[in-house]
Design a protein around this ligand. Structure first.
Ligand SMILES: Cc1cc2nc3c(=O)[nH]c(=O)nc-3n(C[C@H](O)[C@H](O)[C@H](O)COP(=O)(O)OP(=O)(O)OC[C@H]3O[C@@H](n4cnc5c(N)ncnc54)[C@H](O)[C@@H]3O)c2cc1C
Length: 476
């Protein structure tokens, strides 16, 4: 028997392609009410004083919700946008519109799971059914050849245990049409909120940097451009450690984080590219990176809240410093170490930082400054446009040495990293204009310049640019 009417509660699955939840709901109910809920808890300030969701992600989210609404309208439906707690708003809407079931995608970590449980309990009390399913990973959770509790701790074992054995499920097509009950009842589809109401201010545009635009269509356009028009997939493995510009890596992360793109659809496009253009190490490597994404999801599911705890999953002793002033210098990109500062300033101006940058700034915070790794992870949570709870906390645990990394010490020599990845200093020059007069690699070591030279260049360390917080000689 079909439900008369069902809500599809969109969460981090803001798309109409490969959306099993939407497809299942359409098969199970005569009429569908798609809903997105802006939960004020997502925008609260953390104990450290910054917004849980900062402006870049909030803006990307807003654009993604708006794009989803457009795509649902094309299919004959709409997106009802509400503000409030899902456990209250969905039930209120459900009762008001005589809904019999709520469909949604399952999340991994406790905050999101707790909201799910509250929705389930509140719905149950009103005799509304709930149906949830898993759809955020490349490999489906039900296809894993081990129970979650036995997920291999080491990435290579995890990957090898899946890659050649488990079939990646095919994507679901975009529904042809959605039966929306708008004809006989008056629906207010609701305004997408203004971000100022959450205390978030529009940032100054960062010139010369291509802005990431939220939404399924923009994500699909990026696949089209990166794979097919610019033909960049075939060199991905060689370029992926770049720092400057838009095209050294795929930039899929923000769309993946909000589910505007499905990892399975990217996988299918890679396979098509391999058939029609080229198959090489690079095409494989993009899938390899998507497996990292899966790995952190399943590790977070296995270990629960431990991934947020200072002791991590290794139960390490807490010997971290909690110096707010030093932490603030790191956040603001004022450590006096140009490679670190350039990366932090890029993050603060755009919401994005390369993978190479993330590893360096995280290592610097935990290894060179000895500051609590969870502070760094929280700052990233606020600032990153592509924040993904499992990828972020999982990677931070790794760098903080409290995760499941078989390598004991992931220490980054910042100068050596600069030499390897920014030999001519162009990246630092792009983000630290006050040092831009320094030519070549010297920009990485302003303190090493002969005493007269900085004056000629109008650079006064300690005034125009900060003195280094650490002894840089240790890296020479
Ligand atoms: C300290 C730290 C924090 C991070 N926080 C996040 C985060 O909040 N959200 C996030 O999506 N990634 C995070 N990453 C992983 C990685 O840096 C980004 O996924 C990547 O830089 C995004 O750019 P891209 O899409 O161009 O990546 P590409 O190199 O093009 O990779 C393709 C996709 O593979 C996945 N991927 C690549 N590297 C990793 C990785 N190390 N871990 C998990 N997935 C990966 C991403 O989904 C990415 O979009 C973090 C890494 C570090 C070191």
């Amino acid at each position: 028997m079909k439900f008369k009417r069902a809500i599809v509660w969109f969460r981090n699955d803001l798309r109409v392609h490969d959306n099993e939840n939407l497809v299942k709901a359409i098969q199970s109910a005569e009429e569908i009410l798609p809903v997105y809920c802006f939960d004020p808890r997502m925008f609260e300030k953390t104990e450290l004083g910054f917004h849980k969701t900062g402006i870049f992600r909030a803006k990307f989210l807003r654009d993604s919700v708006s794009a989803l609404r457009n795509n649902l309208r094309v299919l004959g439906a709409d997106l009802i946008v509400v503000q409030g707690k899902p456990e209250e708003e969905l039930i209120r809407l459900g009762e008001h519109h005589h809904v019999q079931a709520i469909f949604f995608s399952q999340e991994v970590t406790s905050e999101e799971r707790n909201v799910e449980k509250s929705v389930e309990n509140a719905a149950w009390a009103k005799s509304i059914r709930t149906e949830s399913l898993w759809q955020s990973t490349l490999f489906h959770i039900d296809d894993l050849p081990f129970p979650i509790s036995q997920t291999p701790e080491v990435f290579t074992q995890f990957r090898k245990g899946l890659e050649k054995i488990v079939q990646i499920r095919a994507t679901f097509p975009v529904p042809i049409t959605i039966n929306y009950p708008g004809t006989t009842e008056i629906f207010s589809s609701g305004e997408i909120p203004d971000l100022e109401q959450y205390g978030l201010k529009e940032p100054e545009p960062a010139s010369g940097y291509l802005e990431l635009v939220g939404g399924e269509d923009a994500g699909l356009r990026r696949i089209q451009s990166y794979f097919w028009e610019k033909d960049l997939l075939k060199t991905y493995k060689e370029t992926r450690n770049g720092l400057l510009g838009f095209d050294y890596s795929s930039k899929f992360s923000a769309w993946l984080a909000l589910g505007c793109l499905s990892p399975r659809m990217i996988y299918e496009e890679v396979k098509r590219y391999e058939k029609e253009r080229k198959k090489n190490d690079s095409t494989y490597w993009l899938i390899f990176e998507l497996i990292w994404r899966d790995y952190f999801r399943f590790i977070c599911k296995k270990h629960g809240d431990k991934v947020f705890h200072i002791a991590g999953i290794k139960n390490q002793m807490d010997s971290w410093r909690r110096d707010s002033a030093d932490f603030r210098r790191w956040c603001e990109g004022k450590t006096g170490v140009p490679f670190i500062d350039a990366n932090m300033r890029e993050l603060n101006r755009t919401g994005f930082m390369s993978n190479r940058g993330r590893q360096n700034v995280a290592s610097f915070l935990v290894n060179d400054l000895g500051i609590d790794w969870t502070w760094g992870a929280s700052y990233f949570e606020s600032q990153l446009i592509d924040y993904d709870v499992c990828s972020n906390w999982g990677n931070w645990m790794y760098v903080g040495g409290v995760g499941n990394d078989p390598r004991e010490n992931r220490y980054f020599n910042i100068l050596r990293q600069g030499k390897n990845y920014d030999k001519n200093g162009d990246y630092v020059r792009a983000w630290i204009p006050e040092l831009s007069a320094i030519k070549g690699f010297d920009i990485h070591q302003p303190e090493e310049l002969p005493t007269l030279k900085p004056k000629e260049l109008k650079i006064e360390l300690g005034k125009t640019y900060p003195q280094s917080m650490v002894e840089m000689e240790k890296w020479v």
